[in-house]
Design a protein around this ligand. Structure first.
Ligand code: DHK
Length: 150
């Protein structure tokens, strides 16, 4: 059997504060809880999960660039950089990998400045509003994109 696809699950600024950060919006699960959920679901559906977080835009760009040669797909919750970063959009284009934009909250039900995403135009799909479960939904969608469910 072919090696299992390796998926980068990348988290941007302030997501390291999950659990204590505005729990009515982002939920009570910590990022470590979410990583454990992803590792468990990834194992079950035949995906390797490389779970990362950075508060630094340039570091996120570098991680995405490097994924081009080392990973099979990218799930990205870019946090606030979603709404500001042309650099992250360009990095996703450079990576040329299946990609999913992810948000815990429904950004369209929130402040106007969260309605626009620089990433949406260069990803395969978007998942928002389902809290921590969105990460699992994104992995399941990614299994389809990389053909792990065939
Ligand atoms: C996370 C953030 O940090 C915000 O800046 C985004 C996103 C929404 C989320 O819902 O996961 O606006």
């Amino acid at each position: 059997m072919a090696e299992k696809p390796d998926i980068l699950v990348l988290n941007g600024p302030n997501l390291n504060m999950l659990g204590v950060r505005e729990p009515t919006i982002y939920g009570r699960d910590t990022l470590a809880d979410i990583e454990a959920m992803c590792q468990e679901r990834g194992e079950a559906i035949g995906l390797g999960v490389d779970f990362r977080q950075s508060n630094f835009e340039g570091e996120l760009v570098t991680i995405i660039q490097q994924a081009r040669d080392s990973h099979d797909g990218i799930i990205l919750n870019a946090g606030a950089y979603t709404h500001t970063s042309v650099a992250l959009r360009d990095a996703l284009s450079v990576a040329e990998l299946p990609a999913i934009e992810l948000h815990l909250s429904n950004t369209h039900r929130r402040e106007e400045f969260r309605h626009h995403s620089y990433l949406s135009g260069v990803v395969d799909g978007i998942i928002a509003g389902f809290g921590a479960r969105g990460y699992v939904l994104a992995l399941e969608a990614m299994a389809g994109l990389v053909g792990a469910d065939e």
